[in-house]
Design a protein around this ligand. Sequence first.
Ligand code: XMP
Length: 531
Amino acid sequence: MSAHPKTNDIVNIPQHHDRILILDFGSQVTQLIARRVRESGVYCEIWPFNQATAERIKAYNPKGVILSGGPQSVTWEDSPRAPEGLFEMGLPLFGICYGQQTMVEQLGGKVESSDHREFGRAYVDVKANTAITENVWESGAHEQVWMSHGDRVTALPEGFEVIGTSDGAPFAFIADETRKFYAVQFHPEVVHTPHGGDLLKNFTHNVCGCAGDWTMAAFKDEAIAKIRKQVGSGKVICGLSGGVDSSVTAVLLHEAIGEQLTCIYVDTGMMRAGESQQVVSLFRNHYNIPLIHENASDKFLGLLQGVKDPEMKRKIIGATFIDVFEDIAGRIGKVDYLAQGTLYPDVIESVSFTGGPSVTIKSHHNVGGLPERMDLQLVEPLRELFKDEVRDLGRALGMPEDFIRRHPFPGPGLAIRLPGEITAEKLDILRKADTIYLEEIQSAGLYDAIWQAFAVLLPVKTVGVMGDDRTYDHVCALRAVTSTDGMTADYYHFDHDFLSRVSTRIINEVRGINRVVYDITSKPPGTIEWE
Ligand code: XMP
């Protein structure tokens, strides 16, 4: 992941909070470890294993270290290891899956590749009580966990004892309580290990002695102080998209520096019905934040005329957005900073064992390139936070709940929900169908159970019959998915009565649509958006 230009130093390590360090060995679910630790009220960071030296760790001064899982085998030559000296630092350690195996191997135990792979749900027989199982698991209990391993520990290092066993892993849970080293073969960070979060909380609180004072109310006050220090009397601009991240960024900045902040909202013409009015009314009228609302829909629509290719649409929208934004910013006079709602998942450096760049499935547009062009410093007060923490911060800032819980909406907006050529007429049809669909989802009380829901207007016409007349109109596809991060998703299982109601309403109320279909594709192999 490339470093951000002119990254600010505003969100350095929060020195007065306890912190946990997570060393990443490349597991797909390392971020979930961090989220569980944060949920326990403890600040943590993820570092790639190969960037953590004993010296850096000492300077960071964590209360404990968690070693993540990973795709490699400790039996392979040159496979990753925990940094030299980690086991002699006197820090509590918690190894998970690959983290357990490398801990065992480095401390003189044995790990072997096994024919008995365990993948998915498994059960651990708890054999002993420890600080980490206190009030969670009792000796003698049979507990559900989630496993994903081929290798397994076959001999323990000195000082370790068995806390739990499973069918495929006789050393599924081990500990050396004197040194405060704990290690598990299963994954406590995933929801399929029902008490996994509590085990991790016991590690951070009971074993490491963390205070649990990482709350968004505390973060808010600290972030405001840091913003004031960074910005001084400088002027800041912030682009609003209508989404949660940029909105929380703007409200936080406004609390910190008041009128030194100007927000810019560019209406690309690709917004949903009523969206622009909502943003303007929240920021300009409710919060009294200086806001420039630029309606550039004609410009965007003009440039998109005849364009059918999804990547081309994104490129045109991205480039035009920067042009328009720069033009508006130029009118404000001297500006020093650009505020962005960059989140922690965007800045975590990922461990790559293949070395090659990952394939671009879709290029997401943002204001990339703008800071250099306009010689602006960045203010990114959410750089340390996960999405759910941003929502909590929004609550701590008193933002309206319905704004905080909004589904994500892509930068290119409705442009990528209209496969084929975009026209004002098609946008109008799509907006009407989308509004009905979301109204029905809201009134069925399903909005919060869904990650994203939207209508797509297909460039396909089909024959229908309404009354005595033949119709020849567009097909509307409905999409709704559940997800935790947008990386994977499952389609939402609506009941058929709900789908019939939406379909009937759309066909009766929206001129131009005579057929409605529901998309039942998961991601992968599909993507959430259709383009
Ligand atoms: P996909 O369609 O890739 O979407 O499964 C994953 C998440 O990303 C959003 N998305 C975008 N967001 N610019 C954005 O800002 C884009 O070009 C873009 N494409 C997809 C999508 O809505 C979902 O939340």
